[in-house]
Design a protein around this ligand. Structure first.
Ligand SMILES: [Zn+2]
Length: 497
């Protein structure tokens, strides 16, 4: 049996639990290490064959007509089963398995099927058969193993997808709501052409497997905020690329929290068809970010522009589930180092500042926390020549009111003059680098400066306000920045190549 990456979860965590709840531990690395040492290359080839075979099966008409009852099958001849319309949950004769827990779990899988397959139109990945969900290590000789405290989606000995879970997990109500849609989504991924030739290559695909699977959870259980827990590693390591994939620090499990970007796109920019197309209609070998960009261009925008705006939203967690994000991040779960803020900047000293460490990668950001701001100030930015595009924006939040304003960029330099800056619950300066969709590990340096302009306008040469002017914000401008006060968002678009 071949086991590597894919669905991997850890122990459930209750945000209100005390003392010191532990973060989920992902077991994927165990599987990956096992597969890579036991049969290097075989897992990738095998999944390739499976994906290809599943696609061919669909084209051959093996999928039953809608409404046709699915058949049960079990290559492992496990003792116990709970069948529903589309799933069969199976466990052995040992272990403490409560049939009521199993029934609740089964209902959640059916709810996931209703939303993902029936409503959102994803292809059923399991042909004419019910999807097997095994409770691992429950005694039957043939039952799939649980190599560590993990769950996973993989394929069985007859090359149909299966899910293997640890019984410990489905006793937790929050976890029961999160796990079924995520794992079913992995099963859907396995049956798409997008997987062919991509899975097993590198993080360029692996991050999106987890990010999009985790995106699906809210589609099925929008009332459950437990799955937002993975915003923590996403928040803690903002300098890493959106496509970062790692099971170890720094940035372990950040790929799960990357669901927040996909969620931002489908909540605020386009619709959820974006995710469907990224798997179902992507061309063979097309990278996820390339496919997402193609979808956004078809809808009048670009991946670069929307990602930059997203990083400004992240400054103050301006998201549909922003309150939940803040609540998880504020809880100290011992998730590792927190690289946010990059630094706390008090006042506007006029000194040039540069990050000591954790410079942004492509599609990565730094977040400078600003305190004791003067009423009037000018923010200046100077970036190195490395990335194709720099972005910097000032962001504030007071209660549920969020404001964002980008620095005007000319070349690698940017500037923004603010007047009558209101007090706020939090103020940030976000800096983001873009240098292509693939992160080769390079990071980019820059410096910034905050200058206190208070009193400057009194001594400057009087100027009449220009109506219908260029709209640029120069350091000498005395015009109040109404767009900031009224919460408008500005985005500087610049292409160097
Ligand atoms: Zn997963």
């Amino acid at each position: 049996m071949i086991l590597i990456f894919s669905a991997a979860w850890g122990a459930p965590v209750n945000i209100a639990a005390a003392p010191a709840p532990q973060p989920p531990r992902c077991g994927t690395v165990d599987l990956a290490q096992w597969a890579s040492t036991q049969m290097p290359g075989a897992a990738e080839r095998w999944l390739h064959d499976f994906s290809h075979g599943s696609r061919v099966a669909r084209h051959r008409g093996l999928l039953p007509p809608p409404g046709t009852a699915l058949e049960a099958r079990d290559p492992y001849a496990v003792t116990n089963v709970h069948e529903s319309d589309h799933f069969a949950i199976r466990w052995g004769s040992e272990g403490d398995v409560n049939t009521n827990d199993v029934a609740v779990f089964s209902e959640m899988f059916e709810a996931s099927h209703d939303i993902l397959i029936d409503t959102l139109g994803y292809p059923w990945p399991n042909g004419p058969y019910k999807f097997n969900v095994y409770i691992g290590d429950t005694g039957s000789d043939g039952i799939p193993p649980l190599p560590g405290t993990i769950n996973y989606t993989w394929v069985d000995s007859e090359e149909w997808p299966m899910i293997v879970i640890d019984a410990e997990y489905f006793r937790d109500d929050d976890y029961v709501s999160m796990f079924p849609p995520h794992e079913l989504f992995h099963g859907i991924q396995f049956g798409t052409e997008t997987m062919i030739d991509l899975v097993g290559i590198d993080h360029r695909v692996l991050w999106y497997m987890e990010a999009s699977a985790h995106w699906s959870v809210r589609e099925v259980t929008p009332e459950n905020t437990y799955h937002d827990i993975f915003i923590i590693p996403f928040a803690y390591y903002p300098e890493l690329s959106i496509s970062h994939w790692s099971q170890e620090q720094p940035g372990a499990l950040r790929q799960y929290g990357a669901f927040s970007f996909i969620r931002h796109l489908t909540d605020r920019v386009v619709d959820r068809q974006l995710v469907h197309d990224s798997w179902v209609t992507a061309t063979v070998g097309e990278l996820p970010l390339d496919r997402i960009d193609r979808y956004l261009v078809d809808n009048g925008t670009t991946l670069d522009d929307e990602f930059l705006l997203f990083t400004a939203h992240v400054a103050t967690w301006d998201h549909v589930q922003g309150d939940s994000f803040r609540e998880w991040i504020d809880g100290d779960l011992g998730w590792g180092d927190n690289h946010r803020p990059t630094a706390v900047v008090a006042g506007a000293s006029g000194e040039w500042l540069a990050p000591d460490d954790h410079l942004p990668h492509t599609y990565g950001s730094n977040y400078w926390q600003l305190t004791d701001l003067p009423k009037d100030l000018t923010i200046s930015f100077e970036g190195d020549e490395g990335p194709q595009r720099w972005y910097a924006a000032f962001a504030q939040r007071t209660g549920d009111d969020h404001t964002r304003l980008a620095l005007e960029m000319i070349g690698n330099n940017g500037e923004l003059t603010l007047t009558d800056v209101p007090s706020a619950d939090e103020s940030w300066l976000v800096v983001t680098a873009l240098d292509g969709h693939v992160d080769y590990g390079e990071s980019f340096s820059y410096r910034l400066r905050l200058v206190d302009d208070e009193g400057q306008t009194d001594t400057a040469t009087p100027q009449s306000p220009r109506e219908g002017g260029c709209g640029c914000n120069s350091a000498a401008s005395t015009a109040p920045l109404l767009s900031l006060l009224f919460g408008l968002t500005a985005l500087t678009r610049r292409r160097r190549r």
